[in-house]
Design a protein around this ligand. Structure first.
Ligand code: UDP
Length: 238
């Protein structure tokens, strides 16, 4: 058997991945399915860090466009990510996976604060650690939070679960014939403004040499397949 490519990985789940068909912002059936995928990845022997977004509930930038003060709206967005983190934790614990939530905004009655060494210990003990509230500051996104935590936690790769199966040279949902990259460099992503993650997140991954694997998380079983190198995906690398 070939040795696994990575030991510790970070999985970024955007908020919309948790949404249900009927417009439910957090659908227990969906969080249950995602938890099952995470459990399968864990069973393969990976140490798993998760960063959740909040876009299914609240996005600061969109709210600011409608008149909210940007910083306040961003704090509301960060609180939304904590709700999502608790939902994913709940789904994981329902299937027997020990999980800790750590928030970049301390919230002592709800979850742990982000403490890198403590998170490290949780991972060593086989727990899944979910990082909430992004980087803890407005004017950032959870993509940047994911890149930052991946660097701090020394993750071997950042897996970005989306609703498409990789990075394309144009939007595959609107441009017929758009071409998917098998691999693409950080610099191409930044120069061509390809929709992978926001630029600060991509730059942070580039500077720390963390590959970003973009894959479709909506397809059942895909996380395990992509970890095994068997699913269609795009790797962003140097
Ligand atoms: N946010 C923030 N700082 C961070 C992370 C998130 O201000 O470090 C806010 C921002 O308003 C953002 C919202 O939280 O719109 C939800 O996060 P994001 O849009 O990244 O979620 P996703 O698109 O992944 O669901």
């Amino acid at each position: 058997m070939t040795a696994p490519r990575f030991k510790r990985i970070l999985l970024k789940l955007s908020g919309e991945v948790l949404m249900g068909e009927g417009g439910l912002s957090i659908d227990p059936a969906v969080t249950g399915r995602v938890a099952g995928e995470i459990a399968d990845a864990k069973a393969m022997g990976y140490e798993l860090c998760i960063v959740v977004g909040g876009g299914n509930i609240f996005r600061g930038l969109a709210a600011a466009a409608k008149g909210f003060e940007r910083a306040t709206a961003d704090y509301m967005g960060m609180l939304a990510t904590v709700m999502n983190a608790l939902a994913v934790q709940n789904a994981l614990e329902q299937i027997g996976i020990e999980t800790r939530v750590q928030s970049a905004i301390p919230m002592a009655s709800v979850c742990e604060p982000f403490i890198r060494r403590r998170a490290d210990r949780h991972l060593e003990k086989g727990r899944v650690v979910i990082f909430a509230a992004g980087v803890g500051s407005p004017f950032f996104t959870t993509d940047s939070g994911a890149a930052l935590r991946a660097a701090e936690m020394k993750c071997d790769a950042l897996f970005k679960g989306t609703s498409v199966d990789g990075v394309y040279d144009a939007d595959p949902k609107t441009v017929p014939g758009a071409k998917r990259y098998e691999t693409v460099t950080y610099d191409t992503v930044l120069a061509a403004n390809l929709k992978v993650m926001d630029a600060s997140a991509v730059a942070l991954c580039r500077d720390n040499n963390i590959p970003i694997v973009v894959f479709n998380i909506r397809e059942r079983g895909n996380l395990v397949r992509v970890l095994a190198g068997e699913a269609t995906a795009t790797t962003v690398q140097a």
